[in-house]
Design a binder for this molecule. Sequence first.
Ligand SMILES: [Zn+2]
Length: 363
Amino acid sequence: MRKTIFVVAVVAALVPSVNAQAATTAATVVSPKRPLNVRAGAAVWTTSLRTLPDGTPIAIECQVQGQLIDQGPVRVTDKWDRLTDGAFVSDAWVRRAQAVPPPCAEAQRQAAPQAAAASTTAGAVGSGTIPLKVRSAPARAAQLLSALADGTALAIACQQHGEPIAGAVRTTDLWDRLTDGTYVSDAYVRRTAEPPACPGSAPAPHAPAAESAQWVSPLPGFTARPGFRTPTNPNHLGVDIMSFVGTPIRAASAGTVVEVVCNIEAGHSCDQPGSASIGGCGWYVKLQHAGGISTLYCHMVRRGAVRPGQRVAAGQVIGYVGSSGNSSAPHLHFEVHVNTPPTSPANAVDPLPFMRAHGAPIG
Ligand SMILES: [Zn+2]
């Protein structure tokens, strides 16, 4: 570890450029079954920006700590590699001939003196009673470095896209990179000016969700297997999207919250994981959209993060993945109904072709 830091310091001293191109680590994608997702942040619930096929050579700038990945072919790790354009891949899918890349926070702290001289955007923490977490990458799974109290002044170097956060100031997937190379979610930052985009940072794959007929995946980055009214399960009125407990569930389109309900067999609680032998869809939220369309989101980990009657925008967080009710593993059961209200088994449609036709394929 000491050795790595020493090497970084030497490189930073020799190369005056802030983006020390020479300091990258060469590596290769190992992903034989399907292309590797390149993401906006260090977690699978951040947006996939593009994919890289097996064998693609990559140049790693540095590493951050993020979501633990135990499904990769190379190693079990919570390290994510930041590429030269600011996007991330899990190190679990990467083979390196050279040494371990340097930690990003350390590499950037070395380069910071020159970078800080450039103009910064002033801001202040607007997080209320809970301190704002400072992280190594633009995602909640990234390493927690420190926490800042409400009102703390911030010097923002630039912004880049990462995990979407619904915060006290705004709902956004933008994260503010501070002058020491660390990140805070812009959802908790008060400011009067727009910080510039970070040089070389990954662009957003699509414009922010607008209050319109736009549709978005309820669980971006996760895929659903076909499962609507299968021969073996003809009463399954939606599709199941496997995920992790606590992953934000998003409104598939703008609409009004019509139900926030615990639906479970008597004698059981929605506030603990259910099982295959318990009936009910657990904590669920139902939304009513324009055009007589309803969507339903089941098995949330706790009561939905919205109230009946509340208007929600496409992409707004309405709850979090869990396994409440008739469920044996954390997932989102997602239903689409047409010609509503009311919803009934008869007006449920297969969500996969519906979402594909609305420009928001699931996965
Ligand atoms: Zn289901």
